[in-house]
Each structure stands twice: as structure tokens, then as C-alpha cells.
Design a protein around this ligand. Structure first.
Ligand SMILES: Nc1ncnc2c1ncn2[C@@H]1O[C@H](COP(=O)(O)OP(=O)(O)OP(=O)(O)O)[C@@H](O)[C@H]1O
Length: 330
């Protein structure tokens, strides 16, 4: 059995945007936001993989490609050895149960007119998870799993706080017995005091149910707390992947170093000369040549402008896409 359960292989995704009538008449080329530009990433069985990066770097788009809410324009997503774009019928439905997404907004992701029992039993019925007579018992089990009281079953979503709604969302995802949870900004809409409770619940469930978790977030402290490994994205590309503590203590890519420097509370080396990235994030419509980070990199040299760096090993389990042999600052 392969160590890798889910992988993105050179995945690209563009979003075309509207052309005016004049553009059409003039035959102007279709413009597109290049949201993902050749993302390669392995998610290992049973791990929690954190994905971080500045706003707009493609984290959510990648998450959606991993669960096939978006189809990729290039490359492929492979689940348990199969290209998910080739799945149809029963295989596609099986994939939809095995890889579940939990959304950011606990307020809009639950139908306000359905009780928790209806929400959970719908998930169980749609995927034929349990015979009718077992549904109530399974709902009781799911509420226990996410630490909600049993009387929650007959209440509507508005009766719950944000954190409790996110627990209902987790229970709904677990109803279909997934192997992988893709959590996109799971707690960023919640109060800070509640965030830790929901993240700790996810940690506990991951361990108890041997789940594989992809945890997309901009909060580096949370990602450090929950992840076994972390992938860093910049302008629709993965630029570095490493075991969590290695990444936070000895980042190799200048972008990762800049990202940590900009969040001093998580940068243990903040007294060193690491500097936050200078300048504006380039437009994802007109991407820079070569290394996408060269326009902001303090170490860029000629090759960075012309050649695209590939992810190369730095230490065991640690890869970075940078032309410098060891880009760590002195
Ligand atoms: N449906 C869409 N149509 C057009 N552009 C989109 C769409 N979804 C995402 N984009 C664009 O793709 C790029 C990547 O967006 P994405 O939401 O994946 O980034 P992100 O890293 O998750 O950002 P954030 O942290 O702000 O959620 C952005 O430039 C965004 O504007």
C-alpha cells in the first residue's frame, strides 16, 4: 500500500474572466487568473498536511481541486492510485464519500430549515451509509464524536454558536466515513477562544479515526499546532514542503522565510536578519517569468528571472523550489 493517499501532480487551474463586446470584436485574447501554476504535492496516509501562503496564492483553489469541486485544467489529482478525473458513476460517488471537504463558513454551509437530525440523515441516506433503522443510532454516535449533546439533533442551525455549527459540519462530513478531510479555513470565521477547541477536536478525531487531513489556513500558529508537515504556496505554486518543526525552525525558501518574518509570533529566529517580502504580490493574470518569487526576493540573480526552479530535496522529507543551493540567510 502506497504511503501517498492523495496527490496533486503538476496541477494548473485558470479562471477566465469576461470580455467586453469590444474585446470580442477586436479579437483580444481571453484573459485569465492563473490560480494554480503546476502544483505538485503528496498527502500521506494518516497525516495532517498544513497548506499556508498569502491571500490569493491558490490555497482554496487547490483544496477544491483535491475534492474535485473544480476540475484541473492541467496535470492531475490522484487518489489511492487513480486519476480522479477518470472517475464516474459509482466510483465517483465512492470518491465523494472518501474525500470530504469542510467549509469555512459555518453559517452558510448548513441549511437553516433543516434540523441537525435531518442534515445528518440526509448525508447518510444520499450515500446509502446505513439502513433506515440504524440512522438514529448513527446520528447519536456522530453527535458524541463531535462532542455535541444528544438534544442537539432536533434543533435548527440558528440555535447554535459558530463553533457548534462547525462541529455539525464536521459531523456531516464524518457521516459518510471519509478517509480524507479537506478543511479550508475551518476556524477562521470563529472567535479566537473557540478556534482552539475546534482545532483540538479535529486533532482528536484525526487520531481516533485515522483520518488524513489537509488543513488550509492562513494562521501559521494553528497550522504549526495541528500539522505533521506543511506546504507553502506562492502565486499558485508549492515552493516548499517540510516536516512542521523543520519548516518553522529552518525554512529554506526565501518566501517561507519572509512569510515567517512577517508573523513574528511564530518565527523563532525573529532576532536574525530575516526580512518580510518587499513589494506587491504580482498579479496572477501576468505572472513573472522564471521563479515566480524573483520580483520580491532579496537573493534573486539572473537565473531566477529565466528558469523555473523545481522542488528539490534539501534534507530528508524537506523540499524547496529555489535556485540558490542553500538560500537560508546567514
Ligand atoms: N471562481 C473564481 N473565479 C475567478 N477567480 C477566482 C475564482 N476563485 C479564485 N479565483 C482567483 O484565484 C486566485 C487564487 O484564489 P484562492 O481563493 O484559491 O486563494 P487563497 O490562497 O485561498 O486566498 P484566501 O486566503 O484569500 O482565501 C485569486 O487571484 C482569486 O481571485
Amino acid at each position: 500500500m502506497s504511503d501517498t493517499l492523495l496527490s496533486a501532480q503538476d496541477v494548473s487551474k485558470d479562471f477566465a474572466f469576461g470580455r467586453s463586446l469590444l474585446d470580442v470584436v477586436k479579437g483580444a485574447p481571453i484573459k485569465a487568473v492563473h490560480a494554480l501554476n503546476g502544483v505538485s504535492l503528496d498527502v500521506k496516509r494518516g497525516e495532517t498536511l498544513g497548506i499556508v501562503g498569502e491571500s490569493g496564492c491558490g490555497k482554496s483553489t487547490l483544496a477544491r481541486c483535491l475534492v474535485r469541486l473544480h476540475d484541473c485544467d492541467g496535470g492531475r489529482v490522484v487518489y489511492d492510485g487513480t486519476d480522479i478525473a477518470t472517475l464516474s458513476g459509482a466510483d465517483r460517488r465512492a470518491f465523494n464519500t472518501k474525500v470530504q471537504m469542510i467549509f469555512q463558513d459555518p453559517y452558510s454551509s448548513l441549511n437553516p430549515r433543516m434540523t441537525v437530525r435531518q442534515i445528518l440523515s440526509e448525508a447518510l441516506r444520499v450515500h446509502n451509509m446505513r439502513p433506515k433503522v440504524e440512522i438514529d443510532a448513527r446520528i447519536a454516535e456522530l453527535l458524541d464524536l463531535v462532542r455535541l449533546p444528544q438534544d442537539a439533533a432536533d434543533r435548527l442551525p440558528h440555535a447554535f454558536s459558530g463553533g457548534q455549527r462547525q462541529r455539525i459540519g464536521i459531523a456531516r462530513a464524518l457521516a459518510v466515513e471519509p478517509e480524507v478531510l479537506v478543511a479550508d479555513e475551518l476556524v477562521s470565521a470563529l472567535d479566537v477562544s473557540v478556534q482552539a477547541q475546534v482545532v483540538n477536536l479535529l486533532l482528536e478525531l484525526q487520531d481516533r479515526l485515522s483520518l488524513t487531513v489537509v488543513f488550509v489556513a492562513h494562521d501559521l500558529r494553528l497550522v504549526r499546532h495541528i500539522s505533521h508537515r506543511v506546504a507553502v504556496m506562492y502565486l499558485g505554486k508549492v515552493v516548499e514542503v517540510a516536516p512542521t518543526e523543520t519548516l518553522f525552525k529552518a525554512p529554506k525558501h526565501p518566501y517561507t522565510q519572509a512569510l515567517l518574518a512577517a508573523a513574528p509570533e511564530v518565527d523563532p529566529t525573529r532576532r536574525t536578519r530575516r526580512v518580510a517580502a518587499k513589494g506587491e504580490l504580482p498579479s496572477p493574470i501576468n505572472l513573472p517569468s522564471g521563479c515566480l518569487f524573483h520580483t520580491r526576493c532579496p537573493h534573486a540573480f539572473d537565473r531566477c528571472v529565466s528558469d523555473v526552479p523545481q522542488l528539490t530535496p534539501r534534507r530528508p522529507g524537506h523540499v524547496a523550489a529555489c535556485h540558490l543551493p542553500d538560500p537560508e540567510l546567514p
